[in-house]
Design a protein around this ligand. Structure first.
Ligand SMILES: O=C(O)CCC(=O)C(=O)O
Length: 399
């Protein structure tokens, strides 16, 4: 047997690891995989494609049953393995640009919904990086964006109408100076700390993003903001997101928000660096920061909410307005009752609603982020974020 194929096969053959509920799936995967061999040669017959689709459909239903956090890791690993098998089967059918796109889609679905396998944890990531180069070379992706960035004057007026104190600003402070804000948990805007990031020069050209990752599937939030009842999430290629939402043809706001784009697409990870300030920690054994992308057109809104970790939000391009409140002011912000939205306020900092009379007691802190700025947001600090124009930010959450 071809040693590469044997290696692939070993990814899904560890029966001991598989929980009872997934055993039939694993068996099905094994049969699919084994039946692809004839005299030790890898042979794909047309029906294999159907077989693997039915395995993926079954697993997809399992993934969508109950709360995401309770989905067994074995189901997610089986989804990863099945996505890989589908890619192999597709590649054996042909290598036209359309098939390569289907392969990338299968790999991204595996990356977004699956879990890393125990051996060769980067299997799907590496396959996708490899195929992505070929797909993007073959596809016409150039888009012209001559548009000069326009600031949204209505947004500016709204922001200025909120009374508040400006967040302190320092230019590239020493670790020692930053530590004073870190230990007292006070927000701080930091300037001139990321001028060495390649992202600052490459990402504002949307053609760069299209070339590197245009065919990759990403999750996009559709709707005015995540607490809105019409809000939903959709998977689409980065190219479709850029064409229909970022470049403004779609009437619906689309926001590629809070997504770990950099584990999925390491080609973009090399354009950014973890800020040195993240080496300070509140715990003994700190883990690497969670890195998320926030990429969208002007007008995206993240409603007033708080997160459990320290955060450094870096602005790569575009301008964002932030309004912050201390955790001490939580009672004046009327958090939602439901568990799912308990970190989200019912007040809108731009509107004084008589339903929330104590909101006038809350003290707002304000900050504007321009390209190259970053904001330290301490854990549990409430923040409301509006993009004034096309914008890309990267957040680093850590303990
Ligand atoms: O930039 C945004 O829209 C929101 C960012 C945010 O909420 C965060 O980094 O925690």
């Amino acid at each position: 047997m071809d040693p590469r194929i044997r290696a692939l096969y070993s990814f899904i053959s560890n029966e001991d690891e598989i929980s009872e509920s997934v055993k039939p799936v694993n068996k099905c995967l094994n049969i699919t995989f084994k039946s692809c061999f004839e005299n030790d040669k890898f042979v794909i017959k047309a029906d294999k494609q159907l077989e693997i689709e039915s395995v993926l459909d079954y697993l997809h239903d399992e993934l969508n049953t109950g709360h995401w956090s309770e989905v067994p890791v074995s189901v997610r690993r089986a989804f990863t393995a099945a996505s890989f098998v589908k890619t192999v089967i597709l590649l054996h059918s042909s290598n036209t640009p359309e098939v390569l796109q289907q392969c990338l889609k299968a790999l991204d679905m595996g990356l977004l919904l699956g879990a890393p396998l125990e051996i060769n944890t980067d299997l799907l990531t590496n396959c996708a990086t490899y195929l992505s180069k070929h797909v993007n070379e073959d596809t016409e992706t150039r888009v012209t964006t001559n548009e000069k960035r326009k600031h949204n004057s209505e947004g500016l007026e709204k922001f200025e109408s909120v009374k508040g104190v400006p967040v302190d600003v320092l230019s590239c402070p020493s670790l020692e100076t930053f530590n004073k804000y870190f230990t007292t948990k006070v927000p701080l805007k930091l300037q001139d700390c990321v001028s060495h990031w390649p992202a600052l020069t490459t990402w504002p050209d949307v053609n760069y993003l299209l070339k590197v990752a245009g065919e990759r599937t990403v999750p996009v939030e559709i709707g005015s903001h995540y607490a809105d009842e019409n809000w939903r999430q959709k998977l689409m290629t980065l190219k479709d997101f850029i064409r229909s939402h970022f470049l403004g043809e779609s009437p619906n706001i689309g926001y590629l928000a809070q997504h770990n784009l950099f584990d999925q697409i390491p080609e973009l990870r090399k354009d950014i660096h973890i800020p040195d300030y993240c080496c300070l920690s509140d715990v003994e054994e700190a883990e690497d920061p969670d890195i998320n992308a926030w990429f969208g057109p002007g007008g995206t809104v993240s409603p007033l909410h708080h997160d459990p970790k320290n955060n450094i939000l870096v602005q790569v391009f575009g301008t964002k307005h932030l309004i912050l409140y201390s955790p001490k002011d939580s009672p004046y912000l009327y958090p939602h009752d439901s568990l799912l939205l308990s970190n989200t306020a019912r007040v809108d900092p731009f509107q004084h609603d008589p339903q929330f009379p104590d909101f006038t007691k809350a003290r707002a802190y304000k900050s504007t982020l321009e390209p190259g700025d970053m904001l330290y947001i301490p854990p549990k600090w409430w923040h409301h974020v509006t993009a004034l124009d096309k914008s890309f930010s990267v957040s680093f959450w850590w303990n």
